[in-house]
Design a protein around this ligand. Structure first.
Ligand SMILES: [Zn+2]
Length: 133
């Protein structure tokens, strides 16, 4: 499995889609640090104000994906690819084949997602136990 090729292909595709959405100048900085992406939004705001509404959520996702893929390529260069960033266990090869840019094992992903969901669904209600007379 040539994971590097796969990641680079994915990266090219995602970058291509981002480029179609505008902000190509900022995209030239793509392989730099993630901070550059903050400017992409500002550039787009000026260039395509009305398209922003539609593209914003999608672009956020694509930018996130680009960051994940570039991180995976970095990890590949460092020889850390395929190791879970959370628990340092090996990530299952089948998982890497399905999601080459993944950085966590199934167990950690599961835990993180559950934590995320809990935050999202945080109840507004008052803590139980106020019913004492
Ligand atoms: Zn893990």
């Amino acid at each position: 499995m040539d994971i590097r090729k796969r990641l680079e292909t994915d990266l090219k595709e995602v970058v291509g889609r981002l480029r179609q959405m505008g902000g190509s100048a900022a995209l030239e900085e793509l392989l730099g640090p993630g901070e550059h992406w903050a400017y992409a939004d500002e550039v787009d705001e000026i260039q395509a104000n009305e398209r922003r509404e539609i593209g914003f959520a999608t672009r956020e996702l694509l930018v996130e994906r680009v960051n994940r893929i570039t991180a995976a390529l970095d990890r590949l260069n460092d020889g850390e690819y395929g190791t879970c960033v959370e628990c340092s266990e090996k990530i299952a090869p089948a998982r890497l084949r399905a999601l080459p840019e993944v950085q966590t094992c199934v167990r950690c992903q599961d835990r993180l997602e559950r934590r995320g969901r809990q935050l999202e669904l945080e109840p507004v209600e008052v803590e139980a136990g106020v019913d004492d007379d």
